[in-house]
Design a protein around this ligand. Structure first.
Ligand SMILES: Cc1cc2nc3c(=O)[nH]c(=O)nc-3n(C[C@H](O)[C@H](O)[C@H](O)COP(=O)(O)O)c2cc1C
Length: 380
């Protein structure tokens, strides 16, 4: 029990979910602009523990627990992002042009499942505006920028390949100098028109070919659809092979409400709530995807950022043991509040020490069997 769960959450949960989201981001933006507030929050929420530090894709992380994309879509609350106890944060998804996203309502809580249904459809202020915010900001720890194709609305005509590639290229050009890493979102579950583009054979390679001449000055990760399928993982790795700037992967939410997601909320109650499920119910699927991809990928080159259903230190540890070098969360912030990263970090450092690990890197992949994962020497 915390002040958040006893006092603040009941008030926020009386509001429409999107309004509550908007209020919390704006609240953080305003607080971040008051001198001393971000530093105070940082002092209260930070966990400084050597066992949690790691180096991934050449970047130093004070702890492996990050804030996932979608919370601060347009980089409005940048000053507070370093102060919430997370070891890194990812803003976005950001697109070349601003977008209003899908029609409202488009965010629905499922408290019985510790989940939220998201059908935002990528509203954001556009890469020009976000780049200007990033240029005026000096992050104290890694800050990722998540890039996606502009959503022009449900009635817009479908885009051709050239338009899709040019959209990503423009956002990358505008933001890469200010990002610690870029996450190319290739799989938004809530945008019908381009949702399938990157599942077509060869289209990921086309995008990477287009981006190669840009000499992107930070590591690039790909956020892909969560297929628990060896062939899909193999094809993904083959398409990335020639592009050294690609340093890792993250799995997005599955579109809709697949039968494989175990939900306590009766499915007939979900008929008028379009969108993808985030939170507890996606844990098992994402964990299987992490284990599958980790066991096939070149672990000297690539790292996995694991996001989906992390609420506790044990959840984070499980993803790390299955192959994630870093983890992210979003839904747990909604249910547990801003102390969640600190709580998970403290628990994670205990779990790591209990199992005799001196750093996070030693634990990455340690939960897979020898046969499926040939060992690679970790760097603490
Ligand atoms: C309200 C909401 C909005 C999101 N928006 C984005 C987004 O714009 N881009 C993106 O790549 N992922 C987005 N996500 C997905 C999260 O980044 C994350 O991958 C997913 O929610 C799984 O983590 P969780 O179970 O801890 O929420 C969003 C998730 C939620 C709940």
């Amino acid at each position: 029990m915390s002040v958040y769960t006893t006092l603040i959450r009941p008030l926020l949960f009386r509001l429409d979910a999107e309004k509550a989201h908007h209020m919390t981001v704006e609240g953080c933006r305003v607080m971040g602009a008051i001198p001393g507030v971000a530093a105070l929050a940082r002092r209260l929420l930070k966990v400084d523990d050597p066992v949690l530090r790691s180096e991934v894709a050449g970047l130093g992380f004070p702890n492996p627990v990050g804030l996932a994309a979608g919370w601060d879509k347009s980089g409005r609350a940048l000053r507070m992002l370093d102060s919430l106890g997370f070891g890194f944060a990812e803003i976005g998804s950001v697109s070349a042009r601003s977008s209003l996203g899908n029609p409202k309502p488009r965010l629905f809580r499922l408290p019985r499942d510790r989940a939220i249904i998201v059908n935002y459809g990528l509203p954001n202020d556009g890469a020009d505006t976000v780049a200007a915010r990033l240029a005026a900001h000096c992050p104290q720890q890694p800050l990722g920028v998540n890039i996606v194709k502009t959503n022009d609305g449900q009635d817009a005509p479908p885009c051709g390949t050239e338009e899709i590639l040019a959209d990503y290229e423009r956002s990358v050009l505008l933001t890469h100098r200010y990002a610690s890493y870029l996450m190319l979102n290739l799989s938004c579950p809530n945008v019908a028109a381009e949702g399938d583009f990157f599942s077509q054979p060869g289209n990921i390679r086309l995008l990477l070919q287009r981006l190669q001449p840009l000499s992107i000055c930070c590591p690039v990760f790909l956020k892909v659809a969560p297929h628990d399928d060896a062939d899909v993982h193999q094809r993904l790795l083959e398409q990335c092979e020639d592009f050294a700037f690609v340093r890792g992967f993250c799995f997005n939410l599955p579109p809709g409400k697949p039968e494989s997601l175990h939900l306590n909320t009766p499915r007939d109650e979900l008929a008028d709530r379009p969108g993808a499920v985030a939170g507890r119910p996606v844990t098992a699927l994402i964990d299987r995807c992490i284990a599958g991809l980790y066991s096939r990928m070149d672990r000297q080159r690539y790292a996995i950022i694991g996001a989906g259903g992390i609420f506790t230190a044990q959840d984070a540890y499980e993803k790390i043991r299955l192959g994630a070098s870093l983890v992210q969360l979003y839904t747990a912030m909604i249910y547990e509040g801003p102390g969640v990263a600190k709580r998970i970090c403290r628990g994670l450092s205990k779990l790591l020490r209990q199992d005799g690990f001196q750093c996070v890197a030693e634990a990455v992949g340690s939960g897979l069997t020898e046969a499926s994962v040939p060992s690679a020497k970790p760097v603490c």
